[in-house]
Design a protein around this ligand. Structure first.
Ligand SMILES: [Zn+2]
Length: 562
C-alpha cells in the first residue's frame, strides 16, 4: 500500500485502465455567502458535517418540507460515494407560535401535535429514500443548552433583556447581514422587521420569549419562557457537529432573517459556524413562485397539488425524487402536473428498460463502478456523470448522462446492452434511484388504490367499534379509536353507525398501524371471551378484502387477492 503524504487528504487514488494515477477528488460547491464555487475542504479530513434546517411540525407535510431533505440527501449520498463519512443533522422545530396556536385552537397538547407531524415527516422521508440523515434533534430537547448560549451572549453584551424577552443586538455585531448583503443602517422597520418600541434596533430579534398564559414554558435566569426560532439551529448544530462545521443547507427563503440571525448569534458566541452555505431553490407553479400568501392558494384544488401525501399517491415517491433531481438543486422547481407526469413517464420507461436488473437488490460503490471495464462510449458517460456530481452536485446533468446511456442501450446486442444498463442502474442507485420495487410503486401511483383501501379499513374498524360498544367492550372500542387517531386518522362521531373516518392526515404507514392495533384488539376480545367483537373484526375486515390468519406465532393479515 502506498501512503498519501500529509495535506493530500482531498486527493485520492483512482484506478484508470492499466494505470494507477493520482487524480484530484475535487468536489466544488457553490457557497451562497461568497457567491462563488470553491473546492470542498472538510475541517476534519475524510469527514463532512452537514446541517440542514428542518420543518416546523404543526400541519400536514407539503412539498416545501421535503425538497430540502431529498436534495441534501443526494448531496450526502454523493459525498459518501466520494469516500467521506457524512454527519447530517436535520432539526425538528417543535416549539413555535404555529404549534402553540394549533394547540390552543384544537385543545390537543402541543407536544402531541408536534409528535404526530414529526412522525408523518419522517415517514415521507423514508418513502422518498432519504437515508443519510444521522439525527433529527428536536428543539424541545435542547432548551437548557439554549439558555446557556443566551446567557453567554448577554454576558458578552451582544444580547439584552427587554420587557417581553431577550433580544440579540444586531448593532453590536459587525458584519450582520453579510449573507444577503444587507446593511444594518439601511434596515428600517419594513415587511420583515417590525418596529417595537422596546428594542434598540427594529432588526433585533428574539432569543427568548417571556411566557404567556396557555403557552408551554421553561424556567430560565431571564424568567419563564421559551426560545425564539433562530437560536435552536445555532445551538443544536454546535451541540451535534461542533462550533465549526462544513456545510449548512436550507431553502432560499431561509436566508433572511433566519440564516443571517444564526450566523450572527454563533459568531457573537465565538463559534466559527458553517464554512459553506448551500441554498436550494423554491417551489414554483406555472413559472411563478408559490408561497402560503399566494392568492392561488385560496383554491383547495390548487393547494392540494403541493400536499406531500397527494403528490406521492398521484405520481409515486420514486417519480418525485427523480423529478427533484432532474433540475439543479439551486434552481426553483415547477410543480405543474404536466412536468411531474412527464418525469413519471420518463422514469417508468427507464425502469422498464432495466428489466430484472432494477429488481436485483444491492448497491455498488463508486469505486467499483470506476473499476468496471467499459468501452469508450460508456466510459465517457460515466466520466460525465461523475464530473457533473463533483461540480456542485449537478444531478440534472448527471441524469442526462443516464438518459443517453439508456437510449443507446436500446440499439445494443444483449451482452453489451446488459453492461450499459448495469452502469445506468449502479450510477442511478448512488443517487437513490432504481430501488427494487420502484417500478411497482410508479405503476400503482395515480390509481388511488392505497388511499381507498385505507378509507375502507378505517370505516370497517369504526363499525366494529360500534359493535364493541354494544357489547360493552369499551376497552376494545377505545383501543380501536386510539389506533385510528395515532395513525393520523380523525374520527367524526355521529349518531351510532354514522361515524366517519377522515384519512386526509393519515401517516404513511397508517394501514399497517391500524391493522396491527386491530389484531391486538381482536386477541384481547378473544381473551375476554367477547367472541362477538372478535368475529366482528374478522368479518368486517374480510368484507374490505383483508383476511386474518391465526398461527402459532400470533395473527397476521394479508390483502385477499393480492
Ligand atoms: Zn435553521
Amino acid at each position: 500500500m502506498c501512503r498519501l503524504p500529509q495535506g493530500l487528504s482531498t486527493w485520492a487514488l483512482v484506478l484508470e485502465p492499466a494505470s494507477l494515477i493520482l487524480s484530484p477528488m475535487a468536489i466544488r460547491i457553490y457557497d451562497s455567502l461568497t457567491r462563488e464555487k470553491s473546492p470542498l475542504k472538510p475541517l476534519t479530513p475524510g469527514e463532512v458535517k452537514l446541517y440542514v434546517c428542518g420543518p416546523t411540525v404543526y400541519d400536514d407535510c407539503h412539498i416545501g418540507h421535503l425538497m430540502g431533505p431529498v436534495l441534501f440527501d443526494t448531496v450526502a449520498r454523493w459525498l459518501a460515494a466520494r469516500g467521506y463519512k457524512v454527519n447530517f443533522v436535520n432539526n425538528i422545530t417543535d416549539i413555535d407560535d404555529k404549534i402553540i396556536n394549533r394547540a390552543i385552537e384544537s385543545g390537543e397538547a402541543w407536544d402531541s401535535i408536534a409528535e404526530r407531524y414529526t412522525k408523518q415527516y419522517q415517514g415521507f422521508l423514508a418513502e422518498l429514500g432519504v437515508e443519510t440523515i444521522s439525527s433529527h434533534p428536536r428543539c424541545s430537547d435542547y432548551v437548557p443548552q439554549m439558555i446557556t448560549f443566551i446567557e453567554d451572549l448577554i454576558a458578552q453584551d451582544k444580547a439584552y433583556v427587554a420587557d417581553d424577552g431577550v433580544y440579540f443586538d444586531i448593532q453590536k455585531h459587525p458584519g450582520y447581514g453579510k449573507l444577503t448583503r444587507r446593511k444594518v443602517e439601511d434596515m428600517q422597520a419594513g415587511s420583515r422587521v417590525q418596529a417595537q418600541s422596546n428594542l434598540r434596533h427594529p432588526g433585533d430579534f428574539a432569543l427568548w420569549k417571556n411566557a404567556k398564559p396557555q403557552e408551554p414554558s421553561w424556567d430560565s435566569p431571564f424568567g419563564a419562557g421559551r426560545p425564539g426560532w433562530h437560536i435552536e439551529c445555532s445551538v443544536m448544530s454546535s451541540e451535534l457537529l461542533g462550533g465549526a462545521f462544513d456545510l449548512h443547507g436550507g431553502g432560499d427563503d431561509l436566508k433572511f432573517p433566519h440564516h443571517e440571525n444564526e450566523i450572527a448569534q454563533s459568531e457573537a458566541h465565538g463559534d466559527a459556524f458553517a464554512s459553506t452555505w448551500m441554498h436550494n431553490g423554491m417551489v414554483q407553479y406555472g413559472g411563478r413562485k408559490v408561497a402560503k400568501s399566494d392568492p392561488r392558494m385560496q383554491d383547495a384544488a390548487f393547494r392540494q397539488q403541493f400536499q406531500a401525501r397527494w403528490l406521492l399517491d398521484t405520481y409515486g415517491a420514486p417519480a418525485l425524487r427523480f423529478f427533484l433531481l432532474r433540475s439543479a438543486y439551486r434552481r426553483p422547481v415547477d410543480f405543474e402536473p404536466s412536468t411531474l407526469e412527464a418525469a413519471r413517464t420518463g422514469l417508468i420507461r427507464m425502469a422498464k428498460g432495466l428489466g430484472s436488473l432494477a429488481e436485483e437488490p444491492g448497491k455498488v460503490t463508486l469505486e467499483e463502478i470506476q473499476e468496471m471495464n467499459l468501452d469508450a462510449t460508456n466510459a465517457a458517460h460515466r466520466k460525465g456523470f461523475i464530473a457533473a456530481m463533483d461540480d456542485d452536485f449537478s444531478s440534472g446533468e448527471a441524469l442526462a448522462e443516464l438518459f443517453s446511456l439508456a437510449q443507446e442501450a436500446r440499439t445494443l446486442e444483449p451482452e453489451a446492452k446488459q453492461i450499459t444498463l448495469t452502469l445506468v442502474r449502479d450510477l442511478g442507485r448512488l443517487l437513490g434511484l432504481f430501488r427494487p420495487g420502484d417500478l411497482e410503486l410508479l405503476l400503482a401511483a395515480g390509481s388511488g388504490s392505497a388511499d381507498e383501501l385505507l378509507e375502507q379499513v378505517a370505516g370497517a374498524l369504526l363499525e366494529v367499534r360500534a359493535l364493541a360498544r354494544e357489547q360493552k367492550a369499551f376497552g376494545t372500542a377505545d383501543a380501536l379509536r386510539d389506533a385510528l387517531l395515532q395513525a393520523g386518522i380523525t374520527v367524526e362521531d355521529g349518531t351510532p353507525g354514522t361515524s366517519r373516518a377522515n384519512c386526509h392526515g393519515a401517516q404513511t404507514n397508517a394501514l399497517d398501524q391500524i391493522l396491527e392495533a386491530a389484531l391486538a384488539a381482536r386477541l384481547a376480545a378473544k381473551a375476554a371471551k367477547d367472541f362477538v367483537t372478535a368475529d366482528g373484526l374478522r368479518e368486517g375486515l374480510a368484507a374490505v378484502g383483508i383476511s386474518i390468519q391465526d398461527g402459532a406465532e400470533g395473527s397476521n393479515w394479508t390483502r385477499s387477492g393480492a
